[in-house]
Design a protein around this ligand. Structure first.
Ligand code: M6R
Length: 611
């Protein structure tokens, strides 16, 4: 849950390149940030024996420390103009785990001498015992982080071992899921190791890059190597060596080509990524309608030949899984089990080689999901990933990856990836029912309906609703059937970015407890699509209205009990898609009304790579 970016090569604006890379990665963590750079004077300029002043393995002048600049808060308009010219630089955006959000706790961290710097993603589980041993050896610590222990451990081993070996030895001692990048003042190279947390090497011409997310590499290169768990890399301007961390044996470089373009990962004319991504949704649905049918057919065959299908995901992706279970049941008359990624590992003892796991994820890096999927694989289950990021950990872990095809999603709140997953699941359900064409037709209608929700009149209504609700403390959202996951998702979007407490629930559950919370003026949102749930859900809305609730009806037709009516054109079983877009826009405008940043909500990060 952090962004990492590194540059090594002939350019001398290393710190600036890293800062730009960090800006592109900030959605991965934005408590604090830092850049470390080796000033050019430290760099061994050549291996030319005539260069008498430089003794290999030593810094070239007295100032042996790497320059480190760290700040709390978001990067915003920060500059690194005060960092000297550098051709080896490394940076990090933090999502705090060990130690509060302070400048000292921000990465990069340095060793006692200041000549080794390191950034880290993950949790170094046994850091305390190692720290105690290092303290006895005289190491001085200034932060509360687990990360700082790693750099001192490397320093300790580097007293006797070559730097890559010292990093390797230290890394092998680190328990937990970690990725580290270390650099030393006197060597123009990075030493990188990965176990669990994502890291990608980007290949340039006479220069190389490192990033925790391939999208950040797009302005520089599309040729990448995704480090696997247990792999290390030694990265210099003109060479990348991959080795197995356990044995030190060389591993061949596997260059893959990224398919996204740099422009896709930019905000363009939108004020926030979230709004851009919301407006990209009709295009995403149309594209999946066109290109997803063949995949859906193939996947339908796999589902048919499996004994038990499980959909697993976290957060928004888990809600997509719940929606999938209704779609499977309703359209294909098939049962599917849904699980939350973090719980899946505790409930999969009955999986076997004929089981099928469909893992849903935007990033493909969600640790809770990856852990469950790995366990399912040990049981012999087949894993299909419906994932948005090419080359991500889930993509590589699965037996068969299917790309969602939503393009880069950068706002922390997932929107188009969710709608993308739903679109694939609609196609899959109809393919299973042998009615693929009908699925495509409904998706066409859904795209039209989303266009309508995003139109001027609808946005005006949603803005007015947001203005009316912005000072409320609680919002309740109800639905039945496919509108139940729509309610959960709407509530998640609202709480995640506007910080208003919102609860999504199955409307039938109201009278089993939550109705006690409804008093005069309590905002209650009800999804009332044109399906078999309409009557019963309307009854729920009426029960809330009778207790003074302020009723927001999201429906294909008005009703007298609605205090606010948000029309949504019917798209059959795919109506969940425009319904959810209403929830996304409402959450967005509530956030704007409150003067908050929808792209980077407090305490969260886009890619949840820790447990
Ligand atoms: O990358 P993933 O789809 O695996 O992420 C799962 C959740 O962390 C994610 O959906 C989260 O709930 C979003 N911030 C919700 O908007």
């Amino acid at each position: 849950m952090c962004g990492i970016f590194g540059y090594v090569g002939p350019r001398t604006n290393g710190a600036e390149l890293v800062l730009e890379g960090l800006k592109a990665l900030e959605y991965r963590g934005y408590d604090s940030w830092g850049v470390a750079a080796v000033p050019l004077s430290f760099r061994p300029p050549s291996r030319n024996p005539k260069d008498k002043k430089w003794i290999p393995g030593q810094a070239r002048d007295d100032k042996k420390t790497i320059i480190v600049k760290k700040k709390t808060g978001k990067i915003g308009g920060a500059s690194v103009a005060d960092i000297p010219a550098s051709s080896l630089a490394l940076g990090h955006t933090r999502w705090a785990t060990h130690g509060g959000v302070t400048q000292v706790n921000a990465h990069p961290h340095a060793d006692c001498s200041g000549s080794i710097a390191l950034v880290h993603n993950g949790i170094f589980e046994n850091y305390e015992e190692i720290k105690r041993a290092l303290l006895k050896k005289g190491h001085r610590f200034i932060s509360e982080t687990d990360t700082e222990v790693a750099v001192h451990l490397i320093e300790e081993y580097a007293k006797k071992l070559a730097f890559p070996k010292a990093v390797r030895r230290a890394f092998m001692e680190m328990k937990g899921f970690n990725a580290i990048i270390a650099m030393r003042a006197d060597k123009q190279e990075f030493v990188v190791a990965r176990n669990g947390s994502p890291l990608v090497v980007g290949f340039g011409k006479g220069e190389n890059f490192l990033a925790s997310d391939p999208a950040a590499l797009l302005p520089h290169t599309k040729n990448v190597h995704f480090l696997e768990d247990g792999e290390m890399a030694i990265v210099s301007p003109d060479n990348v060596r991959i080795i197995e961390a356990k044995t030190g044996h060389a591993v061949s470089v596997r260059i893959q080509t990224l398919t996204w373009s740099a422009g896709q990962a930019e905000k363009g004319n939108y004020s926030f990524f979230m709004l851009k991504e919301i407006y990209e949704q009709p295009g995403v649905i149309k594209m999946i309608t066109k290109t997803g049918a063949a995949q859906a057919d193939k996947l339908a065959r796999t589902v048919r030949s499996s004994y038990g299908t499980y959909m697993v995901g976290c957060g928004t992706a888990a809600y997509a899984g719940i929606a999938g279970s209704y779609l499977f049941s309703k359209i294909a008359h098939r049962h599917v089990n849904c699980a939350i990624g973090s719980e899946f590992g505790y409930a999969l003892d009955f999986l076997g080689p004929k089981s099928l796991v469909i893992a849903l994820s935007q990033s493909g890096e969600t640790m809770d999901l990856l852990e469950g999927v790995k366990k399912a694989k040990t049981k012999g289950a087949r894993v299909i990933a419906l994932v948005n990021v090419f080359g991500s950990s889930l993509y590589r872990l699965s037996d068969e990856p299917i790309l969602i095809g939503a393009g880069p999603e950068k706002a922390v709140a997932s929107t188009k990836a969710f709608v993308g997953i739903l679109s694939h699941l609609v196609l899959l359900s109809f393919a299973l029912a042998g009615e693929a064409k009908k699925g495509q037709k409904l998706l066409h209608q859904a795209a039209k309906s989303v266009d309508d929700v995003l139109g001027e009149a609808s946005v005006k209504r949603l803005k007015a609703l947001a203005a009316a609700l912005k000072d409320t403390d609680h919002i309740y959202v109800i639905g039945r059937g496919l509108s139940y996951p729509a309610s959960l998702e709407t509530a998640l979007k609202i709480k995640e970015i506007s910080y208003i407490h919102a609860e999504g629930m199955a409307a039938g559950e109201l009278k089993h407890g939550p109705l006690a919370l409804v008093t005069q003026g309590t905002p209650c949102i009800a999804f009332l699509p044109n399906d078999e749930t309409y009557g019963a859900n309307l009854a729920g809305a009426m029960e809330m209205g009778a207790r003074g609730g302020m009723i927001v009806g999201i429906s294909y037709k008005p009703h007298e009990i609605f205090d606010h009516f948000i029309p949504v054109l019917d798209a059959g079983e795919a109506t969940i898609i425009p319904n959810v877009v209403v929830g996304q826009l409402l959450a967005y405008y509530l956030t704007i009304e409150k003067g908050l940043d929808p792209d980077m909500p407090r305490n969260l990060a886009k890619s949840v790579t820790v447990k």
